[in-house]
Every structure is written in structure tokens, then in C-alpha cells.
Design a protein around this ligand. Structure first.
Ligand code: CTP
Ligand code: MG
Length: 179
């Protein structure tokens, strides 16, 4: 296969990878640090359920942000210096992807609790792609809309990648549930 064809399929995944980094880091932190502090401070919403639940912590969120940022900046400056893909306009673009991914993940948990889905239980599609949708959304607010094809491709690929990596994490004993 032609290299340009391979790159055509690969660059969207590389582009969104800072959001993946920010989204996957908390899981590892969850395994390293015990007794983490929940972001909602254990508080409950009007419906009597937790605002976010114990699955969203200060430690996980902060680690996700900084690991995502360090990953992005390394990738960004390397790509810029070597002028290979020139994926990003500037530093802010990566920041919007990372912050968007974190917001999407938190809003996902907020929605799950409102729907009565327990912490760690699956809310299909939202669990796998909520962070992606918000990463693209926040990015688009600052940098303009992206093509429908790109969103659809990333949506399908992220869904599959999320399912496979979570299953792998479960098999390796990092994650209790396989999703
Ligand atoms: N995690 C964290 N802080 C975050 C996100 C995730 O500490 N902001 C950690 C938690 O240990 C969490 C694990 O990463 O259990 C997996 O994340 P996720 O699947 O998003 O959370 P769930 O436990 O499934 O909780 P929820 O049902 O609210 O999505
Ligand atoms: Mg989960």
C-alpha cells in the first residue's frame, strides 16, 4: 500500500492521540495511587445520587491533564521541527483536545449518574466516545468545524479502540470490568 494512503488513515488517529492520552492515564493512576479524592467530594445531586461518583478523582483528572499535555507538547514540537505532518496550528489546539476530552469524560459520568447507571457500569457509546465528541467540540469552538468524514472515522475508530484497549486492560488485571 502507498505510504500516502497509510498516512491518510493514520493522521486522524495521531491528531486525536492527545485526547486518548488524557483519557487513558487516570486508569493507570487509579492502579498506582490508593485512596484517591473524588472530584465531587462525595456530594450528591438533587436526585440523591452522587454528582459524579468515585470513578472521577482529583488525582486521575490532574494526571490525565498533565500527561496529555506533556505527550502533546513533545509530539507537537517534534512534528513542527521535523515538519512531517504539521498536524496542529498551535499549542492551544492540543490544549482544547485535552480539556475537551476531560470535560467529556466528566459529563459522561454526570449523565450516567442521572440515568441511574452505577459507577463502573457501562453506558454504551457514551463511555467509549463521549470524550472524543467533546474534544472535537471544544477544539471546533476555537479553531472551526472539522469535516463530517473525519468525525465519523474518528467516532468509529475510537469506539473500537476503546473497546479493545479496555478488554486488554481487563485481561492484564489493570481494570476490573472488561469495558
Ligand atoms: N479515573 C480517575 N479520574 C478520572 C477518570 C478516571 O481517577 N477523572 C480512574 C478511576 O479509578 C476510574 C478509572 O480511572 O475507575 C476508569 O475510568 P472510567 O472508566 O472513566 O470510570 P468508571 O470507574 O467507569 O466510572 P464512571 O461509571 O463514572 O464512568
Ligand atoms: Mg468505565
Amino acid at each position: 500500500m502507498d505510504l500516502s494512503v497509510v498516512l491518510g488513515y493514520l493522521w486522524p488517529l495521531l491528531y486525536i492521540s492527545p485526547a486518548y492520552a488524557a483519557n487513558s492515564t487516570p486508569l493507570f493512576i487509579g492502579n498506582i495511587i490508593k485512596g484517591k479524592k473524588p472530584l465531587d467530594l462525595g456530594l450528591r445531586f438533587r436526585d440523591g445520587r452522587r454528582i459524579l461518583g468515585d470513578g472521577k478523582t482529583f488525582e486521575g483528572t490532574i494526571a490525565g491533564f498533565f500527561v496529555g499535555l506533556i505527550y502533546f507538547l513533545t509530539f507537537y514540537y517534534l512534528d513542527k521541527k521535523l515538519s512531517i505532518l504539521n498536524l496542529y496550528i498551535n499549542e492551544l489546539e492540543g490544549l482544547t483536545l485535552i480539556v475537551g476530552a476531560i470535560i467529556g469524560d466528566l459529563l459522561g459520568s454526570f449523565l450516567k449518574r442521572r440515568l441511574g447507571v452505577e459507577r463502573g457500569e457501562m453506558l454504551p457509546v457514551f463511555d467509549q466516545t463521549g470524550f472524543l465528541i467533546f474534544a472535537i467540540l471544544i477544539r471546533s469552538i476555537f479553531f472551526g468545524v472539522v469535516s463530517y468524514d473525519l468525525v465519523l472515522y474518528l467516532f468509529v475508530m475510537t469506539f473500537l479502540i476503546h473497546m479493545l484497549t479496555n478488554l486488554a486492560a481487563h485481561r492484564m488485571g489493570i481494570k476490573e470490568k472488561p469495558f
